[in-house]
Design a protein around this ligand. Structure first.
Ligand code: X5A
Ligand code: ZN
Length: 679
C-alpha cells in the first residue's frame, strides 16, 4: 500500500522573471515559489514530505499536447534579447517570455511528470509539485496567461500512455478557466475535466463563450467537460463546497477515476488580486480531503496560479496538510452559498443530468439568466433581508473590502483561529479482539463499569426502559472512556463494537455533557432514540433505515426512510453528498458519532468511504460504533487514513433518491446549504 506525500520544489524554476513593464503579467513572480516553500518549512511540513527530484521534460513528452512548430518557437526564445522577447510575447495573450522560460517550462513539466511517476509507481501515495510557469491556459500551439506548456494536460496523456490509465479526473480549482486543458480533452471520454472560474457573464479574462456551463465536451467526450462559471466575485467556502458536493463529487464517484490531477491555482483564495474571491486557506484542505478517497488516493496536486503571496502560501500549506492526513480545520462562519453560486450550480446540473445518473433526480429547471433572477425568486429590489442567499452576497462584498484594508493582520488572526494541533494518537480501540492486523497502530483504551444510575442521570426525564439491557451498559462502558479521550484531544478518532445500536444516542448525550457544543449522530440501522436527544438542537440526528415512514418532528431529528433496502452503496454516497454532508457542514459538529448496524446492505468498502469523508467535519473527531465485529478491520483502516478502493457497482435507486428530493424540499428553509436550485 502506497504511503507518504511527495513534494517537489526546485529553485531553478525561479530563474525567470518579467524584464519589461507589462502590468498584466507583473504578478507572476519567482517569489510565488520561495514564499510557498518557506511557509511549508515554517510549519514543519517539508520534513514530513518525501522530496522528489525534478528533471527536464523531453520533446517527445511536450508533444503529447503541443505541436512541433510551437515547441521550436518556444525553444528559440532562449537566445532572444529583450526586444525580441517582447515581440514574441505579444503574439500571445497575457504571457511573457524570458531567456530561461524554455528551460523552466521543461522543468515545470518534468516536475509534474516526476510526481505522476512517483504516484503511479506507488513510491508515494500522493503529492504536490510547486512549479512555474503554470500550464492550464496553454494550448497546442499557443502560450497564454503566464503558461507555456500545459503541465497537467500533458501529465494526463503521459499517464494514459505510460501506465495505461483509463480514467483520469482533472480538478482545476484555479480561479481562471483552463481553456487549454478543456480544448485538449474536449473529445476525450477518458478525461473528466472540472473547472470553476471567475466568469462574470464573459466579462472576465479570457472572456470565452467556451467557459460557460453549457460547454460539456464534444463527440465521444460529451458530458466529460464540467464548467462552473462564477458570475460574481466574492465566492467563498460555502460556494466552493456546494460545487463539490452537488456537482463534482457525485460525478467523480460515478466516473471512478484511476488518477486525479489537480490544477491547483490559489488565485481562487481570499485576497487574490485576480480572483477577488473569499475562500479561506483551510477550504483547500477540505477540497483535497474530499478528493482523497477516490482513485485509491492517487492524487497529484500541481501548482497553477495564486498571486497574493500570503494567501497562496497558507493555502499551499493547508493542501499539503490534507495530503499528509492531518485533521483539517473546520470551515467556520455561515455556510450559506450565495444566489449567484446556486444559480450556476443549478445550471451545470441541468445540462449534465442527461449524462450522469447522479444528477438525474433533481427538482431543477434551467435558471436562464441572472438578469431575471430577481423575478424568479420573487425578491423585491432593495430588500435583501428577504433571502439569506442574497444576504450572503452582500456580506461577502463587505468582507472583501474589510479584508483588503489590512490583509496580513486579517490573515494572522485567521490562521491563529483555525490552526489545530493533531492529537498525539490517531485511532483508539476499546476492548476489540487481539487478532486485528492494525492493532499496534492503535491506542488501547480501558473500558470501565457504568451503572444504571449514572446513565439515568444523563437522560433526564427520558425513558430508560431499555437500560435494563445489560449489553447497553457494557457498551457504554467502552464508549464513554473513548469519548473522554477524544474530547481531551488525546486521540483523534476511535471505534467500538456494540451489540446494541441504542448506545449511539447515549454516546451523543454523554458527549454534550462532557463539553461538545454540537454533535452529529448518523445512524445506519434501527435504534431507539430517547426524546430528549431527538429534541436537542445541539445534536443533529440523521437515521438511515428509520422505521418505515417515521414522522419527522424536528429539523434536528431526520429519519431517512428509504423504500428499497438492498445494495445501498450508491444510495448512501448519493445521500452523503447531496444531503448528509451539507447539513453536517452547516451544523458544524465538534464530534461525529456514526453507528453502523449489521446486515444493512452496505459493503465494508462503502463504509470506509463514509468514515473517510465524515472526517472532513469536526477536525476528524469521529467515533464509530459498529454492531458487527467483522467490520472493525475495515473501519480502523479508514480511520487511520489508509486509501480506499472504489465502490462498485455504483448504482442509485430512483425510489430512494426521491425520498431525499422530498426531504430537501422540506428542510432547505432551515438548512441553507441544502439549496442547490433557486426555484
Ligand atoms: C495560471 C494563471 C492567469 C493569467 C491572467 C491573465 N494565469 N490576465 O493564473
Ligand atoms: Zn489562475
Amino acid at each position: 500500500m502506497a504511503s507518504g506525500t511527495g513534494l517537489i520544489n526546485n529553485e531553478q524554476m525561479m530563474s525567470y522573471n518579467l524584464l519589461w513593464d507589462y502590468p498584466v503579467c507583473s504578478i507572476e513572480i519567482p517569489e510565488r515559489l520561495s514564499t510557498s516553500y518557506e511557509k511549508l518549512k515554517y510549519y514543519g511540513l517539508v520534513e514530513r514530505c518525501i522530496p522528489l527530484s525534478v528533471r527536464e521534460a523531453t520533446e517527445e513528452e511536450i508533444m503529447l499536447v503541443h505541436s512541433l512548430d510551437y515547441i521550436e518557437a518556444v525553444k528559440s526564445t532562449a537566445s532572444m534579447n529583450i526586444e525580441e522577447l517582447k515581440t514574441f510575447s505579444y503574439n500571445y495573450n497575457d504571457v511573457y517570455f524570458h531567456p530561461n522560460s524554455y528551460l523552466c517550462a521543461k522543468m515545470s513539466l518534468g516536475a509534474t511528470l516526476q510526481l505522476v511517476d512517483a504516484v503511479m509507481l506507488s513510491r508515494v501515495r500522493n503529492g504536490m509539485a510547486l512549479v512555474r510557469p503554470p500550464g492550464h491556459h496553454s494550448q497546442k500551439s499557443e502560450a497564454c496567461g503566464f503558461c507555456v506548456f500545459n503541465n497537467v494536460a500533458i501529465a494526463a496523456n503521459y499517464a494514459k500512455k505510460t501506465y495505461g490509465t483509463k480514467r483520469i479526473l482533472i480538478v482545476d480549482w484555479d480561479v481562471h478557466h483552463g481553456q487549454g486543458t478543456q480544448y485538449t480533452f474536449e473529445e476525450d471520454p477518458s478525461i473528466l475535466y472540472f473547472s470553476w472560474h471567475r466568469y462574470e457573464h464573459q466579462q472576465f479574462w479570457p472572456n470565452l463563450k467556451d467557459s460557460d456551463y453549457d460547454v460539456v465536451g464534444k463527440g465521444r467526450g460529451t458530458g466529460f467537460n464540467i464548467n462552473i462559471p462564477w458570475n460574481k466575485v466574492g465566492m467563498g467556502n460555502a460556494d466552493y463546497l456546494a460545487a463539490f458536493l452537488y456537482v463534482l463529487l457525485p460525478m467523480a464517484y460515478e466516473f471512478n477515476p484511476e488518477l486525479i490531477l489537480v490544477s491547483a491555482g490559489f488565485d481562487s483564495a481570499i485576497g487574490d488580486p485576480e480572483g477577488e474571491m473569499c475562500a479561506t486557506p483551510e477550504c483547500f484542505a477540505h477540497l483535497t480531503q474530499l478528493l482523497m478517497p477516490l482513485a485509491n488516493g492517487k492524487l497529484c496536486v500541481v501548482l497553477e496560479g495564486g498571486y497574493n503571496l500570503r494567501s497562496l502560501s497558507e493555502s499551499v500549506c493547508m493542501t499539503v496538510r490534507a495530503l499528509l492526513g492531518d485533521p483539517v480545520p473546520p470551515l467556520v462562519g455561515q455556510m450559506v452559498p450565495c444566489i449567484s453560486a446556486i444559480e450556476t450550480i443549478q445550471n451545470v446540473r441541468a445540462v449534465h443530468q442527461q449524462y450522469w445518473n447522479f444528477l438525474k433526480y433533481h427538482d431543477s429547471v434551467f435558471s436562464k439568466d441572472s438578469n431575471t433572477k430577481k423575478l424568479n425568486l420573487g425578491i423585491e429590489e432593495g430588500n435583501p433581508e428577504s433571502n439569506d442567499a442574497s444576504n450572503a452576497e452582500e456580506k461577502k462584498l463587505t468582507m472583501i473590502s474589510e479584508v483588503n484594508q489590512d490583509f496580513d493582520e486579517f490573515m494572522d488572526s485567521h490562521m491563529k483561529k483555525v490552526l489545530v494541533l493533531a492529537p498525539p494518537a490517531r485511532t483508539a480501540l476499546v476492548g476489540c479482539g487481539e487478532k486485528l492486523t492494525k492493532l499496534d497502530q492503535c491506542l488501547q483504551v480501558e473500558e470501565k463499569k457504568i451503572t444504571l444510575e449514572e446513565v439515568g442521570i444523563l437522560i433526564s426525564g427520558g425513558d430508560c426502559a431499555h437500560l435494563k439491557d445489560e449489553n447497553l451498559l457494557l457498551s457504554l462502558g467502552k464508549i464513554f472512556p473513548l469519548i473522554d479521550k477524544i474530547t481531551k484531544r488525546e486521540v483523534r478518532n476511535g471505534v467500538v463494537v456494540s451489540p446494541t445500536l441504542s448506545s449511539g444516542a447515549f454516546a451523543a448525550r454523554y458527549s454534550t455533557t462532557v463539553g461538545a457544543s454540537k454533535v452529529l449522530l448518523l445512524l445506519l440501522g434501527e435504534a431507539d432514540i430517547p426524546t430528549d436527544v431527538k429534541d436537542d438542537e445541539k445534536i443533529l440526528v440523521m437515521q438511515i433505515y428509520g422505521k418505515q415512514d417515521v414522522k419527522r418532528q424536528s429539523n434536528y431529528y431526520i429519519p431517512i426512510c428509504w423504500k428499497e433496502h438492498n445494495e445501498l452503496d450508491g444510495d448512501l454516497l448519493y445521500a452523503l453528498f447531496g444531503f448528509i454532508l451539507p447539513l453536517a457542514y452547516e451544523h458544524q459538529p465538534e464530534l461525529v458519532i456514526l453507528t453502523v448496524g449489521s446486515n444493512i446492505g452496505i459493503q465494508a468498502v462503502t463504509l470506509a468511504h463514509l468514515t473517510h469523508l465524515l472526517q472532513v467535519l469536526s477536525e476528524g473527531r469521529i467515533l464509530v460504533i459498529s454492531q458487527a465485529s467483522d467490520l472493525v478491520e475495515t473501519l480502523i483502516s479508514s480511520l487511520l487514513g489508509d486509501p480506499t478502493s472504489a465502490v462498485r457497482p455504483f448504482v442509485l435507486k430512483q425510489e430512494n433518491a426521491l425520498v431525499l428530493v422530498k426531504l430537501r424540499q422540506e428542510l432547505k428553509q432551515h438548512w441553507k446549504l441544502l439549496q442547490n436550485s433557486i426555484n
